[in-house]
Design a protein around this ligand. Structure first.
Ligand code: NDP
Length: 244
């Protein structure tokens, strides 16, 4: 059903929890050999064991995307057909309460980190001459305004525009770059917030009136990484249960 996936190799960053762990399991289930990258090696190692137990191929990779040196060390001499730039972090606080370190952490991880990973991975794709697919996990908050997420929203808006810019430059190398923009999906990032009354009130405003689950993103992700999406590059897919 998803042509062009079996036998491919994929890097999924931020694979130690939430969407990244889900995407890694999903791709492994389609016959992709998956490298799970994150800082918490114990967690990605245990997810790799689980994938192997289910008959899939997976390996852990210690990686801090916010550290360009770590990205170079971890990725140089590796090449992937598919890269899912999923690692991300956030802060819910008024802009006046965002400290310098908060702003740096969010931009270094969500925007600059994704850029470093994409650039190093693309260098290998170009060198090998086989092209590839990069999916940058952005957010609806990269295109819409919400309160208390200024640094996060700015990082995701930058990531969407970065995806378009890289797609334009790298199409001639056979590399497609797209952004996936999820709405509110239940993961460790936000579980406590959505259990609270303000979180519940937000969910009631979603047209489908529910919090998304990671599996709600399966179709959009698989479309972008498989051959079914071969004419799509420099674009965004939004999966959010309806426009708030
Ligand atoms: P989680 O908090 O569950 O997962 C975040 C992942 O990012 C973890 O695996 C974490 O691993 C990794 N990570 C964070 N910082 C770094 C770093 N410096 N280097 C490497 N890995 C890092 O969040 P989600 O699964 O919810 O989020 C995944 C992505 O989806 C994020 O980019 C997020 O912005 C985006 N998103 C999420 C939405 C949602 O509603 N859940 C909605 C829209 C977008 P470790 O700590 O082990 O390094």
């Amino acid at each position: 059903m998803w042509p062009g996936l079996a036998g491919k190799t994929a890097l999924v960053t931020g694979a130690s929890s939430g969407l990244g762990a889900h995407f890694a399991r999903l791709l492994a289930g389609k016959g992709v050999k998956v490298t799970l990258a994150a800082r918490r090696l114990d967690r990605i190692s245990s997810i790799c064991e689980e994938i192997a137990g289910a008959g899939g191929l997976a390996e852990p990779l210690s990686l801090d995307v916010a550290d360009p040196g770590s990205v170079e060390t971890a990725l140089t001499s590796r090449s992937f057909d598919i890269v899912v730039n999923n690692a991300g972090t956030t802060l819910s606080a008024p802009a006046l309460e965002h400290g310098t370190q908060d702003i740096d952490r969010i931009l270094d991880t969500n925007l600059k980190g994704a850029f470093h990973v994409a650039r190093v991975a693309a260098e290998a794709m170009v060198a090998k001459g086989h092209g590839g697919v990069i999916v940058n996990v952005a957010s609806i908050l990269g295109t819409r305004v919400a309160g208390n997420v200024s640094a996060y929203a700015a990082s995701k808006a930058g990531l969407i525009q970065l995806s378009r810019a890289l797609a334009l430059e790298w199409a001639r190398h056979g590399i497609r770059v797209n952004a996936l923009c999820p709405g509110y999906i239940e993961t460790e990032l936000n579980r406590a917030f959505f259990a609270s009354e303000p979180g519940q009130a937000l969910i009631r405003r979603v047209p489908q009136r529910r919090l998304g689950q990671p599996s709600d993103l399966d179709g959009p992700l698989l479309l972008l990484v498989s051959d079914l999406g071969h004419f799509m590059t420099g674009t965004e897919i939004v999966a959010d249960g309806g426009h708030l």
